[in-house]
Write a protein of this length. Sequence first.
Length: 118
Amino acid sequence: VQLQASGGGLVQPGGSLRLSCAASQSIFRVNAMAWYRQAPGKERELVAALTTGGSTNYADSVKGRFTISRDNAKNTVTLQMNNIKPDDTAAYYCNAGWSLTYGAGGYWGQGTQVTVSS
């Protein structure tokens, strides 16, 4: 398995959750990493992306609430989700190879479900 996502679950509105994605070293070291999400009946959308140089890109809907980071020593990318809202309910997918020009890269992890409910 090249990308392994974890950390999803049930959370109340206003709560926090931390998603992690472990990647193989060969993929992680040379690729920008991103998180996408897909809610039922909706298209998959970019949530946040982080390049190897440290540049970030966030969906407007999560700016100021979510933070993407990477741990180069552990080959992991993390999505810290704060002040979670019901609209954040979705399956979240880790992606490697993202670019601003072309969008999602060719590597996907399995989805991890985030459900926001009181």
